[in-house]
Design a protein around this ligand. Sequence first.
Ligand SMILES: N[C@@H](CCC(=O)N[C@@H](CS)C(=O)NCC(=O)O)C(=O)O
Length: 222
Amino acid sequence: MAKPRRKAGWGRPAMLKLLGRSNAYNVRKVLWLLGELGLPFEQEDWGRGHRPTANPAFLALNPLGTVPVLVDGEVVMRESHVILRYLATREGAVHLLPEAPSARALVEQWMDWVAYDMTLAMKGAYLGGELGLAPWNDPWSVARGRAEYAQGMKRIAAALEADGPYLAGRTFTLADIPAGFLVHRWFAMRGIEWAAMPALDAYYTRLSERPAYRAHVRNGLA
Ligand SMILES: N[C@@H](CCC(=O)N[C@@H](CS)C(=O)NCC(=O)O)C(=O)O
């Protein structure tokens, strides 16, 4: 009888390598998941303040010059959310990314929402409003970013109240990784006006019980 094929197991020839500085938002999401999965990996600090991603060796792996990049043997990929999905699938972590299309969609809708709808808000509110970085620091971008960030937090709080305690329901999934990072940054920002959102407070406390969240997200960095 043929040995059952392990779902996760399409070859794992080399140690995973993560390229990207540990203080970058998009890298920290991947570090968080690697911690959740307990996967060994090597890391090289590329990006702002470290080795420049304009280096030809880096551009050969990712012509866009962004971090993170994940190298898994012959496989090289960029885009943090793609990397999250790749790692969960590679490891057969169906508790984090279900196989059934309907359950999977409930997870992925939150990941895409953060990527599509919250990225500009974070740039205005955090890069512009907190760090004062151009071009995000013009008053319009900062005000708009803060308002949209606040609106996003209300949406998360409402979803948790309706269907929590996690974003895709009863258990922690990949849906909580991009959003959980946004929630951390929300509480770390000084220049915003917080509205009382008990469901959001409880979610932040709940996520903070996770060692990998404390190591890579709620770790003293905004
Ligand atoms: N859509 C990309 C965005 C990647 C991105 O913009 N990464 C930032 C860090 S959070 C970056 O590469 N910054 C340039 C640098 O650090 O030199 C992803 O999700 O991975």
